[in-house]
Design a protein around this ligand. Structure first.
Ligand code: BG6
Length: 483
């Protein structure tokens, strides 16, 4: 089976912030991979835009270098790169003045999809959206893509939504959360809603609890200034972990359409109970031999921003009452490992007297690395000597089970092509983002109100002791990171 590539319509994509880090690392390499795989041809154009004065040739050169550094080496051949940079154009533009806007209008064509990707600071969203509209460059069919962070609290997210919706309709606005473009995240929906096996068990009578972990091995390094104003709560929980929680907990949508899916996700966020500070553990990584601490990376020796957070979350509805969701995410942990682990209840009665009681099953949906799904089952320990029980894994690592599918695509590849297709299913709706901030704001305010600094933790471990205690208190324990 060769993965199917369905060509998209011809497009003009304007990339604001085209010389920035995200553009070079993710957006341009993703476009490149989709181009060489044949999803679009040289009738589509990518127009880089940023403040830097630069010729088209200089921009193409910058992109070539970025592709050599960040694209998959086997794809980044001189011929492939030459073919791709041929579709690139460049316009120097100032979001805050008239400069460059007339030049941007020139290369744009009628009768092709027009998309504007704002890979810039959110403080520029309103200016760019306004000028796109006032100059007539954005039409009623154009799409505008915005990156996270979408605000730093409810009020700022509302202001951004208002600024965008002054110029664009909701169906034109694509708010990116790149976790939604990850293959296994989409697979979670396939697993739940394309199989009859799981859904009857997917509720609090059968599920004891759920653990959602996004562990990273890297620290904040060069991003200290941004990160110190965000912390793990704003940087990861309000968006990425929230999306994982929603897809795990939501009711089956009637259809796989943007609003059916997003309506169900919104209902989950609205059903979340307020989280008290007692149900939260925060941590900050300390220095290790020869390495810097969080505070050194953040450039603030007294920073109280968390680089780790764990919490107990409750979805107060019929399906989930009594089944907690434990979320945890952090930097500088043992390894990069993200997963959703669904712990089923223990069997109601143990017939194997004298032996250790059978444990409940655990379904692990692995996002990264080694994307796949594992079901932990209890079986008989093979061999003679009576009836002893042990656990075994029913394992489906996608790379092994579906080798013909080839290398998994990066989340951005999928998401950018969805923008061109006009499919918003994997993008956040304005009300969804606001609801997530409305839930997160009181938690973040509580951090400063309770005056408790994050607990230091060792790099390369599994986070602060408070996180272990959070589970211990409920007579549960975290799965080992990367187990
Ligand atoms: C970003 C955060 O949104 O997601 C980063 O700002 C984080 O701090 C990153 O490292 C994690 O993404 P991924 O795809 O590497 O898990």
């Amino acid at each position: 089976m060769v993965s199917r590539v369905i060509p998209v319509d011809h497009f003009d994509l304007v990339l604001f912030g085209a010389t920035g880090d995200l553009a070079r690392r993710k957006i341009l390499p993703s476009l490149f991979h989709r181009f060489i795989i044949g999803q679009f041809d040289d009738n589509s154009r990518v127009i880089g835009a940023s403040r830097s004065a630069m010729t088209q040739a200089e921009f193409r050169d910058l992109v070539s270098k970025a592709l050599k550094e960040f694209a998959h080496p086997e794809d980044a051949t001189p011929d492939n790169i030459a073919a791709f940079v041929d579709i690139l154009d460049y316009v120097a533009i100032d979001a805050k003045s008239e400069q460059g806007w007339a030049d941007l209008a020139k290369p744009l064509r009628d009768n092709v999809v027009r998309a504007f990707y704002l890979s810039v600071a959110p403080s520029l969203f309103a200016d760019i959206a306004g000028r796109l509209k006032s100059t007539g460059i954005a039409t009623n069919d154009s799409r505008v893509v915005v990156e996270k962070p979408f605000g730093h609290n409810l009020a700022s997210a509302q202001a951004l939504n208002a600024a965008l919706s002054a110029h664009f309709e909701e169906h034109q606005i694509y708010r990116i959360d790149h976790y939604l473009g990850k293959e296994t995240v989409q697979n979670l929906m396939a697993l739940r809603f394309a199989n009859s096996l799981f859904e009857p068990l997917w509720n609090s009578s059968q599920i004891d609890h759920v653990q959602i972990t996004v562990a990273e091995s890297i620290g904040v390094e060069g991003r200290g200034e941004y990160y110190d104003k965000s912390g793990a709560m704003r940087d990861m929980v309000q968006n990425h972990l929230m999306q994982l929680l929603c897809l795990t907990a939501m009711e089956p949508p009637a259809r796989f359409t943007p609003n059916s899916v997003r309506n169900e996700k919104l209902k989950v966020i609205e059903a979340l109970k307020p989280v008290t500070q007692d149900d939260i553990a925060r941590g900050q990584y300390r220095a290790r031999q020869g390495g810097d601490s969080y505070r050194e990376h953040a450039g603030d020796p007294s920073s109280t921003t968390e680089s780790f957070v764990a919490m107990k979350v409750e979805v107060a509805n019929w399906r989930w009452a009594g089944t907690p969701f434990y979320l945890r995410t952090g930097k500088c942990l043992r390894q990069r490992a993200s997963e959703i682990a669904v712990f089923f209840r223990n069997p109601p009665h143990n017939i194997f007297e004298g032996d250790a009681p059978a444990e409940g099953n655990c379904l692990v949906i692995r996002l990264q690395p080694d994307e796949g799904i594992t079901l932990h089952t209890t079986i008989k320990d093979p061999g003679p000597g009576g009836m002893r029980l042990t656990t075994a894994k029913l394992d489906m690592t996608f790379a092994d089970s579906l080798p013909e599918a080839g290398r998994p695509q990066d989340a951005y590849e999928r998401l950018i092509m969805d923008v061109i297709r006009g499919n918003q299913t994997l993008f956040m709706r304005g009300d969804e983002v606001e609801a997530a901030w409305a839930w997160a704001d009181p938690i973040i305010e509580g951090f400063s109100d309770n005056g408790k600094a994050p607990q230091p933790y060792d790099q390369g471990g599994s986070g602060p002791d408070d996180s272990l205690l959070l589970m211990h208190r409920d007579e549960r324990r975290w799965r080992d990171i990367g187990a």
